[in-house]
Design a protein around this ligand. Structure first.
Ligand SMILES: Cc1ncc(COP(=O)(O)O)c(C=O)c1O
Length: 396
């Protein structure tokens, strides 16, 4: 049977790293994967994680299954982390968080949950969006449609065009928004724009899903929620996918969360029971280790303070690299105003490089970038920035 199948195409992002790994040029640069790197080009294991693991190994005495929804020590700590402990969605009891295998796992559960239970099988995603969104939702059986998001002329948000497209979406359809640090553009709505989006979404009976994979990577844990959490209105439903891959650097531990916000506590119980029935049929219960690390850190005041400071260091390094990239591009004479790079937030910048330039950078300079021109700013270092900008000047 296998030999009769066609080979599956390489993943558009992971496939680039596979190519990068085979490149023998010692000066090669990989700006494709969404992974944070330190100044030495390594993806660090956070010290708070190392300490939490030591604590866990000293006390852990069983590998018995966790519940379908994961451990309550994780779920009860993550819910107030997302919202702030005094948020109405927390104090009212109308929200519940469960532990998922990464943010991707949370998105897939949402896909299956909607396919099974939503009266509409359509989800709208921003154009552009993280390519795996389309893959995940289509595989779950949803019809994926796009709303405009990015304005190429300003390298900013196409707010008016987006709002008029959102107005035309039929009631009952689901709309996916990126919480912050939009992937791939790095462009987020302002807090005021989020309010307008929220009013339109709930006013028109749309179902919002928030993909909050980069909480803490723009300005801070609380600050990053200010705008997108306006989607959480009293008595209204929202689904929130979280990820600890980036903000705890727990990439390979596959640690994420899914939070259901319902009209009231009784409704969230129903939603959670259905989510659990979806999970049972896919992977039964989540991998425990990453969840225990996160809950150990969040429930220990000293470790939590350390985590917040390590998160701040990651955030500030990215902001510094944005500044350096914009300045070096200008210094190398690359045409255009590069100040937009410092206004975009999070790991990614939509560089404006076209597919031909991306190809030239790979073939002539061993620089690997996603075909749509998305650059992972968090993989730029003071050592490789000069060579990168020289190469971009070469292909511009
Ligand atoms: C927008 C977005 N959502 C979700 C994810 C999934 O993250 P995880 O690695 O936790 O599955 C990513 C990862 O790159 C992402 O960029």
């Amino acid at each position: 049977m296998f030999e009769l199948m066609d080979k599956a195409p390489a993943d558009p992002i992971m496939g680039i790293t596979e190519l990068y790994n085979t490149d023998t040029n010692p000066n090669k640069i990989n700006l494709s994967m969404g992974v944070f790197k330190d100044e030495q080009g390594n993806t660090p294991l956070l010290s708070c994680v190392k300490k939490a693991e030591a604590k866990i190994y000293a006390t852990e005495d069983t590998k018995a299954y966790s519940a379908i929804e994961g451990f309550s020590s994780f779920n009860d700590a993550v819910l107030p982390l997302i919202f702030g402990a005094d948020h109405e969605a927390v104090t009212s009891g109308r929200s519940a968080t469960i532990h998922t295998p990464g943010g991707s796992g949370a998105l897939r559960i949402v896909g299956d949950f909607l396919t099974k239970l939503s009266p509409s099988n359509t989800i709208w995603v921003s154009d552009p969006t993280w390519v795996n969104h389309i893959n995940i939702f289509e595989t779950a059986g949803l019809q994926v449609k796009r709303y405009p998001y990015f304005d190429k002329t300003t390298n900013g948000l196409a707010f008016d065009t987006m709002m008029s497209a959102l107005k035309d979406i039929p009631a009952g359809d689901t709309v996916l928004f990126h919480g912050c640090c939009h992937n791939p553009t790095g462009v987020d709505p302002s807090n005021d724009q989020w309010q307008q989006i929220s009013d339109l979404v709930h006013g028109n009976g749309l179902m919002p899903v928030l993909d909050f994979a980069y909480q803490g990577f723009a300005e801070g844990i609380r600050e990053d929620g200010e705008g997108p959490l306006k989607l959480v209105q009293p008595g209204k439903e929202t689904l929130i996918c979280g990820s600890f891959s980036k903000n705890f650097a727990l990439y390979n531990e596959r640690t994420g969360s899914l939070t259901a916000v319902a009209a009231d506590a009784a409704a969230v119980n129903i939603a959670t029971s259905q989510i659990k029935s979806v999970i049972r049929a896919i992977y039964s219960s989540p991998p425990a280790h990453g969840g225990i690390i996160v809950s150990t850190i969040l429930n220990d005041p000293e470790l939590r303070t350390q985590w917040e400071s390590e998160l701040k260091q990651m955030r500030e390094r990215i902001q510094n690299m944005r500044q350096l990239l914009a300045e070096t591009l200008t210094a190398k004479g690359v045409p255009g105003d590069h100040s937009f790079i410092t206004r975009q937030r999070g790991m990614f910048s939509f560089s404006g490089l076209n597919p031909t330039q991306v190809e030239q950078l790979k073939n002539d300079h061993s620089i690997y970038i996603v075909g749509n021109g998305r650059i992972n700013v968090a993989a730029i270092t003071p050592d490789n920035c000069d060579a990168l900008c020289e190469a971009i000047a070469n292909v511009s």
